[in-house]
Write a protein that binds this ligand. Structure first.
Ligand code: ADP
Ligand code: MG
Ligand code: MG
Length: 209
C-alpha cells in the first residue's frame, strides 16, 4: 500500500487479533516461565474487544487509534493493557485528523507510541521488555524509509528487527515488570511482551504489503 488509511489500520489490528489468537498459548507459556501466565489471554481479550469497538470505524486515523488505546486500557488488566493502550493513544494524538498516513507520518505515530510506553513504564534498552523488540523495529523502519524503501519493505525490515529483538531478550536479566521479581531466574526465557510486540510488527508488515 502507498497510504495508510483507516481501512489499512483496521487490517493491521485484525491481523494482530488473529496472531494473538494463533500464538496465544505460546505467549502464555512464555509468561508462565517468568510471569503469571496470562499474557496470551490478556491480549486475546484486548484485541477481541478492540475489533468489536472498531466494527464501524471512524474517518480519522487518530479517532480510530484512540478507540483502540482506550479499549486496551479498559479491557486488559496487568501491565500490558496500559502499555499497549498508551502506545495507541499516543499514536492517535500524533495521527490527529489525518484520514491517511504516509511513511514518515506512520513512523512518527509509532515513535510517539513507543515514547508513551517509556513514559509509562520507564523501560530502557536491555531491561527485557516489549521495548527491546519495539525500539529496534522502529529504528529499522526509520532507516529503511531514509534509504528510500517502500512502506511494505520498511515494515518488513521492522518486523525482522522486532523478531531479532524478541530473541535477544532470552539471555537478559529482567529489570522491569513482574519478571524482575525473579532476578537471575528470569535469564534464559524470551520476554512475553517482546514476543507479542514482534507479532504486532509482523501484522503491520502483512497489512502494508
Ligand atoms: P502482567 O505482567 O501484569 O501479568 P502481561 O503478562 O500482560 O502483564 O504483560 C507482561 C509484559 O509486559 C512483559 O513481558 C513486558 O514485556 C511488559 N512490561 C512489563 N512491565 C513493563 C515496563 N515497565 N515497561 C515496558 N514493558 C513492560
Ligand atoms: Mg502476565
Ligand atoms: Mg497478570
Amino acid at each position: 500500500v502507498e497510504a495508510v488509511t483507516v481501512d489499512v489500520l483496521v487490517g493491521w489490528l485484525s491481523a494482530f487479533r488473529d496472531a494473538v489468537h494463533e500464538h496465544g498459548a505460546y505467549l502464555t507459556e512464555l509468561d508462565s516461565a517468568i510471569g503469571d501466565a496470562d499474557h496470551g489471554a490478556n491480549l486475546i481479550r484486548g484485541m477481541d474487544a478492540v475489533m468489536a469497538a472498531v466494527a464501524s470505524p471512524p474517518e480519522a486515523t487518530g479517532d480510530l487509534l484512540k478507540k483502540v488505546g482506550m479499549t486496551l486500557v479498559t479491557s486488559v488488566g496487568g501491565a500490558s493493557g496500559p502499555l499497549y493502550g498508551t502506545f495507541f493513544l499516543r499514536m492517535a494524538t500524533a495521527s490527529g485528523d489525518a484520514t491517511s498516513l504516509d511513511g514518515p507520518a506512520l513512523l512518527a505515530g509509532l515513535e510517539a507510541g513507543l515514547e508513551g510506553i517509556v513514559a509509562r513504564g520507564k523501560a530502557e534498552a536491555g531491561d527485557k521488555t516489549m521495548y527491546d523488540a519495539l525500539a529496534p523495529a522502529l529504528a529499522a523502519f526509520s532507516s529503511s524509509l531514509d534509504g528510500g524503501a517502500s512502506l511494505a519493505d520498511a515494515a518488513r525490515a521492522a518486523a525482522g528487527a522486532a523478531a531479532a529483538g524478541r530473541d535477544a531478550t532470552e539471555p537478559m536479566l529482567a529489570l522491569k515488570g513482574r519478571a524482575s521479581y525473579l532476578g537471575e531466574r528470569s535469564i534464559g526465557h524470551i520476554d512475553p511482551g517482546a514476543a507479542s510486540s514482534a507479532l504486532l510488527l509482523d501484522s503491520l508488515a502483512g497489512a502494508l504489503s
